[in-house]
Design a protein around this ligand. Structure first.
Ligand code: BGP
Length: 471
C-alpha cells in the first residue's frame, strides 16, 4: 500500500506582517524593530525609519489583502500562516489599551479567509517586537516583556476567539542565540552580550511562550498552540566521532528550545552548558510552574542543512538562514548560499517526531531566487520558475516519505507564497512566491501581482493532495 499525505492535511503558505503589510505608520501602528533595519541582518539598526527601508511599504498587503487572499484561495490553500503585528495592536508594546484600528484590520483579514474556508495559523511574534520595547526596556533581557507579551496574547486570543484555532508563539525561537536584535529586540551585537544576559532573555521568551499557551487554553480549550523552531540538520563533516559529537553539541543548542516547550523543563545538557559557561539565570518558582504549560504541536522552518567539524580550521564556513555552519561539499547552494538538502527535511521530520512525539507542522520552506518577468501566463506577464518547482517538489517528496516513515504531520505552508521583502537582506529580488510582485530593490514598481508557473504547479499539488509530485 502506498502511503501518502493524509486526508485533511493542511496545505498553504506563510508570511509575516513586517514583510508584507507595509502601512508601517497607518491606523495607529507603532514602529517595530524591522522599521529600523533597512539592510536586515547586514547592518546595525538606524535611529528611525529611513526611506530606503522596503519594509515600510512591504508589498502593500495592508491594502491589498483581499486580492492576495483570493489568489491563495485560487491555489486551493486550506491554511494560511500570517503574523499579527504586535505594534499594530499595542503601538509601543507597553500600552495598557489595544489599538482598535489594528484589531479591526485582522478582523477584516479573517473575514476574507473565512469566505474561502482557509484555516488561519497565527504567529504572535515574528521578528517584529515593538521598537519602544527594544529601546526603552532592552528587549527580551527585561522580565517586564513577559507581561507585555501575555497582555498582547490574551487580547488577540479573546478578540479572535473561535476564529483562530492554531497559534505559534515566537517565530524561530532559537534564532535569538544567533541574532539577538531581530529575534529578541536586544540592541547589542551578539559579541557584546554576556552568555548570562542572552540566556536570561531566552528564558523570558520561554516563560512568555508557556504563559501564552496557558492563556490560549483558558480562552478556548479548542486552541492548539505550537512552538516554532528554526530547523537546521547538522551533519558531521567526516565520520570521525569528534565531528559527529560536535554536530550533536551544536544541535543540542537548538534542541533546548523544543525540549523545554514539549517537556516543560531545562534538559540536563543545557544545565551542563550553563555550568560550563558560568551562566547563572534568575529562574523563579513561578517560572518553573509556567514552563509546565507545554505545547500541543511543534512547528518549524526548514531551508537548509549545515556540516560541523571539531577542528575550527576544517572546512569553509558558509552563510545561511541565521544559523551558519561548515559548507557541506556534497550539496549545492542557492544564489544566496543556502545549501539545498531535501533529504535533510525527511531527517528532521523523523528526528523531531521520535524526540517529541508531538504532531509536527512545517510552517516555512522555500527557495529564495532571482526571477525574470517575461511575457505570457494568464496575467500577460509571468515567470518560468522551474527551479522553484524543482526545489519544492523535491522537498515535498521527502515529506511524503517521512509520512510513510510514520511521522505525524499536520500540514505544510510554503514560505512566501507571494513575493515579499526578505528578512535577512531586506530585498525584493530574493523571491519565494508563486505570485510575482512588481517591486524592485530600489522601491520602484507598480506592486501588480502576476501568477508564476509555480502557481499552477502548487494548485495541482494541493488539488491532488500531493499525488502530482514527481519522484
Ligand atoms: C526565516 C524567517 C522568515 C523568512 C525566511 C527566509 O528565517 O522566519 O521571516 O524571511 O527565513 O529568509 P529570507 O527572507 O532572509 O530569505
Amino acid at each position: 500500500m502506498t502511503i501518502t499525505f493524509p486526508d485533511g492535511f493542511l496545505w498553504g503558505g506563510a508570511t509575516a506582517a513586517n514583510q508584507i503589510e507595509g502601512a508601517y505608520n497607518e491606523d495607529g501602528k507603532g514602529l517595530s524593530i524591522r522599521d529600523v533595519l533597512p539592510h536586515g541582518l547586514q547592518a546595525p539598526p538606524t535611529e528611525g525609519p529611513t526611506a530606503d527601508n522596503l519594509t515600510l511599504t512591504g508589498i502593500d498587503h495592508y491594502h491589498r489583502y483581499a486580492e492576495d487572499i483570493a489568489l491563495f484561495a485560487e491555489m486551493g490553500f486550506t491554511v494560511y500562516r500570517f503574523s499579527i503585528a504586535w505594534s499594530r495592536i499595542f503601538p509601543h508594546g507597553d500600552d495598557t489599551e489595544p489599538n482598535e484600528e489594528g484589531l479591526a484590520f485582522y478582523d477584516r483579514l479573517l473575514d476574507e479567509l473565512e469566505k474561502y474556508g482557509i484555516e488561519p495559523l497565527v504567529t504572535l511574534s515574528h521578528y517584529e517586537t515593538p521598537l519602544h520595547l527594544a529601546r526603552a526596556y532592552g528587549g527580551w533581557r527585561n522580565r517586564k516583556l513577559i507581561d507585555f507579551f501575555t497582555r498582547f496574547a490574551r487580547t488577540v486570543m479573546q478578540r479572535y476567539h473561535g476564529r483562530i484555532r492554531y497559534w505559534l508563539t515566537f517565530n524561530e525561537v532559537n534564532a535569538i542565540l544567533h541574532n539577538p536584535f531581530t529575534a529578541g529586540g536586544i540592541e547589542a551585537p551578539r559579541q557584546q552580550l554576556s552568555e548570562t544576559e542572552l540566556y536570561q532573555a531566552v528564558h523570558h521568551e520561554l516563560v512568555a511562550s508557556a504563559l501564552a499557551t496557558k492563556i490560549a487554553h483558558e480562552v478556548d480549550p479548542a486552541n492548539q498552540v505550537g512552538c516554532m523552531i528554526l530547523a537546521v540538520p547538522r551533519y558531521g563533516l567526516t565520520p570521525h566521532p569528534d565531528d559527529q559529537r560536535k554536530a550533536q553539541y551544536e544541535a543540542q543548542l537548538d534542541y533546548t528550545f523544543g525540549d523545554i516547550h514539549v517537556r516543560g523543563e531545562y534538559p540536563g545538557y543545557t544545565q551542563r552548558y550553563f555550568r560550563d559557561h558560568g551562566i547563572d539565570l534568575e529562574i523563579t518558582d513561578a517560572d518553573r510552574e509556567a514552563l509546565q504549560h507545554t505545547v500541543d504541536f511543534v512547528s518549524f522552518s526548514y531551508y537548509m542543512s549545515v556540516a560541523e567539524a571539531a577542528d575550527p580550521a576544517a572546512g569553509e564556513r558558509g552563510g545561511g538562514n541565521i544559523i551558519g555552519g561548515v559548507v557541506n561539499p556534497t550539496l549545492e547552494a542557492s544564489d544566496w548560499g543556502w545549501q539545498v538538502d531535501p533529504v535533510g527535511l525527511r531527517i528532521i521530520l523523523n528526528d523531531y517526531w521520535d524526540r517529541w512525539r508531538k504532531p509536527l507542522f512545517i510552517v516555512e520552506n522555500g527557495l529564495g531566487a532571482t526571477d525574470e518577468l517575461i511575457d505570457g501566463g494568464p496575467d500577460g506577464r509571468t515567470v518560468d520558475d522551474d527551479y522553484r518547482i524543482a526545489y519544492l517538489n523535491d522537498h515535498l517528496v521527502q515529506v511524503r516519505e517521512a509520512i510513510a516513515d510514520g511521522v505525524g504531520l499536520l500540514g505544510y505552508t510554503a514560505w512566501g507564497p507571494i513575493d515579499l521583502v526578505s528578512m535577512s537582506t531586506v530585498q525584493m529580488s530574493k523571491r519565494y512566491g508563486f505570485i510575482y510582485v512588481d517591486r524592485n530593490d530600489d522601491g520602484s514598481g507598480t506592486l501588480s501581482r502576476y501568477r508564476k508557473k509555480s502557481f499552477d504547479w502548487y494548485r495541482q499539488v494541493i488539488a491532488t493532495n500531493g499525488g502530482s509530485l514527481r519522484d
